[in-house]
Design a binder for this molecule. Sequence first.
Ligand SMILES: CC(C)(COP(=O)(O)OP(=O)(O)OC[C@H]1O[C@@H](n2cnc3c(N)ncnc32)[C@H](O)[C@@H]1OP(=O)(O)O)[C@@H](O)C(=O)NCCC(=O)NCCS
Length: 165
Amino acid sequence: MATAPELLGGSPDAMRAMRDADVPEVVAIERSSYQFPWSEGIFRDCLRVGYTCRVATLGQQVAGYAVMSVGAGEAHILNLCVAEAFRCQGLGARLLTLLVERAAAAGMKEAFLEVRPSNTAAIRLYLAHGFEQVGMRRGYYQAVAGREDAAVLRLGLRASRSRSG
Ligand SMILES: CC(C)(COP(=O)(O)OP(=O)(O)OC[C@H]1O[C@@H](n2cnc3c(N)ncnc32)[C@H](O)[C@@H]1OP(=O)(O)O)[C@@H](O)C(=O)NCCC(=O)NCCS
C-alpha cells in the first residue's frame, strides 16, 4: 500500500486530465462517496463537452477527481471528490487549488459552487480557500427525506499566469 507522502510527493502524473478510461474508477469512487451519485453518463458528457475534468492519481489508481465548467467570466465547480481511503491527506485541497488556478488562468473573474449545508468537511475546505457563502438554493438537492437546500459559495479570482494542471 502506498503511503501519503508517495501520493502527495508529486509524481509526474499525480494530477492530470481525466480520460474516458478513468470513468469506471471515478464512478466507483462517486458511488461510494455520495448518496445520490452522478451517473457514468454524466461524467462522459462532462468530458465530451470539454469541461475541466482532472484526476489525482496514485500510480495507475485514481484517488480523487474534480470537474469544473468555465465560461462568461465564471467558473462553476461541479464536483470534487476524494476516495475515502485517501481523505484528510491534503488531496481535496490540492484539487481545489488546481481548479481555482485553472479558472484564474482562463480569465474567469469568479468561481461558484453549491454544497449541502450538512457537508461540514467540504464547507471547511471551501471556506479555508477563501470561498464565502453568497446565497442558498432552496430544495436544490435530492435527499432521503424530500429535498435539501444548497449553500451557494463564491470566490473572487484574480488574473493568474499559472499553467498548472
Ligand atoms: C470534501 C473532500 C473532497 C475533502 O477532501 P480531503 O482530501 O479529505 O480534504 P483535505 O485533506 O485536503 O482537507 C482540506 C481541508 O478540508 C477540511 N476537511 C477535510 N476533511 C474534513 C473533515 N472530515 N472534517 C472537517 N474538516 C475537514 C479541513 O478544513 C481541511 O483542512 P485542515 O486539514 O487544515 O483542517 C472529501 O471529504 C470528499 O471527497 N467528500 C465526499 C465528496 C464531497 O462531499 N465532495 C464535496 C461536494 S460539494
